[in-house]
Design a protein around this ligand. Structure first.
Ligand SMILES: Cc1cc2nc3c(=O)[nH]c(=O)nc-3n(C[C@H](O)[C@H](O)[C@H](O)COP(=O)(O)OP(=O)(O)OC[C@H]3O[C@@H](n4cnc5c(N)ncnc54)[C@H](O)[C@@H]3O)c2cc1C
Length: 397
């Protein structure tokens, strides 16, 4: 379908950030066009698809059961020395999504609320014109120019549009996770599925390896690494090794690679007539690289501020800056803490991971024996047990 030449709000990118913003703005009665450059929303999946259940329910409300690939009952840590530490809860503590269906479902909800959704449409060359924007849209080998009052860049880590606007600079290597992942079959199913974290320099230098269950004998097996510590293409080679050594029974079905922002400090996410959402804004959590929940929360906030600004008619940077302010005081605050934690994590060597998992195991043994405390008391006990860890953690205080 040919894109229109004028719309009130243009949202670029139909990932969780873009679709959620489109949904909320359409519900607020605004005229919204959501464009996605790929032929199919949610495909290919470049994500391990795990997240906490609570945020998803809080932001989205009712979930479609088909979006959930597997519940998660806890986690298993694997140290470089082979030690395995498990925590298993009685009830699910998280989930692994089916992003293909989730992304598609969220965009469908936005369309049902009144947003126009177009795939195979790439937005580029945005320029300010009067009080709005003129943006080129490429579809079916043709280009049209579209005028909009408000532009929302939700174009992910590639962020070509945000970069063309000069607001978001290319990510420095040190502020990225470089990832590779395989969808695999043939694993032993678990009655209470856990997510695995493989730690240490052999598994994933400056990052971690994962196995996230996706139902039955299937899982996402992947890893992220800290790019300055490895050469180009290292993530794929390390993935092949992880699969061979730790999951010899697994058979890979699909491979994917990608990056996740891991910002040291926040960036500008607002300008005249412009808001940046999700990975494009660098909103993924810097330690784990989890970005789905933050993209959804940022979208919810951006949509509220945008709806208010559209109502008042003030779409200037000043009129929109509540988005940056409220983000910074809320989720942004925890991201700053996680950025410090990443610095600490990057200072750890294999000996530290071995110590940390041994101490964690001892503390969890006390929990299992009935002496359950808070997560904070658990971590404090782990730190106190290793002077070397404590020394490395000093800048967290
Ligand atoms: C290997 C890997 C594993 C991950 N695992 C997890 C995990 O387990 N849990 C978690 O929470 N997070 C995970 N993440 C991060 C998560 O995938 C992202 O944080 C999340 O997808 C961000 O959502 P978003 O809407 O901001 O961007 P995206 O989901 O990237 O969506 C952006 C969309 O914009 C489109 N687009 C880009 N440019 C244009 C343009 N010019 N015109 C039109 N469309 C455009 C893209 O095609 C894309 O569909 C992982 C990431 C990777 C790479």
């Amino acid at each position: 379908m040919r894109p229109p030449t004028e719309v009130e709000v243009l949202i670029v990118g139909a990932g969780p950030g873009g679709s959620m913003t489109a949904l909320r703005l359409a519900e607020a009665g605004r005229e919204v066009l959501l464009v996605e450059k790929r032929p199919e929303i949610g495909n290919p999946v470049r994500c391990a698809e795990a997240l906490e259940t609570e945020v998803l329910h809080r932001v989205i409300g009712e979930l479609d059961p088909s979006w959930i690939a597997s519940p998660v009952y806890g986690a298993r840590g694997l140290a470089p020395d082979g030690r395995e530490v498990r925590y298993i809860a009685d009830e699910p503590v998280g989930m692994v999504l089916n992003r293909r269906l989730f992304d598609r479902g969220l965009a469908a909800r936005a369309a049902a609320a009144g947003a126009a959704v177009l795939t195979r449409v790439r937005a580029f060359a945005p320029r300010r014109e009067g009080n709005g924007w003129r943006v080129c849209l490429r579809y079916d080998g043709e280009s049209v120019e579209l005028r909009c009052r408000l532009l929302l860049a939700a174009d992910g880590v590639e962020g070509g549009l945000s970069r063309a606007l000069g607001l978001v600079k290319p990510w420095p290597k040190a502020e990225l996770h470089s990832c590779a992942q395989a969808r695999v079959v043939g694993l032993e199913p678990e009655e209470k599925p856990l997510i695995d974290f493989h730690l240490g320099s052999e598994a994933a230098p400056g990052g971690y390896g994962w196995r996230f269950p996706t139902g039955g004998d299937r899982a996402n097996v992947g890893l992220c690494v800290h790019p300055p510590e490895v050469g180009r293409g290292a993530a794929r080679e390390l993935l092949a090794r992880l699969l061979e050594r730790r999951f010899p029974e697994a058979r890979a079905v699909e491979l994917a690679a990608g990056s996740i922002p891991a910002l040291k400090r926040p960036r500008r996410i607002v300008d005249d007539g412009l808001l940046v959402v999700g990975d494009a804004a660098g909103h993924s959590e810097p330690l784990s690289g989890g970005g789905i929940a933050n993209a959804l929360q940022g979208a919810e906030l951006a949509a509220r501020i945008a709806a208010e600004a559209l109502e008042s008619g003030d779409l200037s940077r000043r009129g929109l800056e509540a988005y940056e302010r409220e983000w910074s005081a809320g989720v942004g605050r925890s991201l700053r803490r996680y950025a410090k934690l990443r610095r600490f994590y990057l200072s750890l060597g294999d000996r530290d991971f071995n110590d940390a998992l041994r101490l964690l195991d001892e503390q969890l043994e006390r929990w299992r024996a009935g002496k359950k405390g808070t997560v904070l008391s658990l971590l404090t006990a782990v730190m106190k047990g290793s002077p070397r860890l404590l020394l490395k953690a000093r800048h967290l205080l």
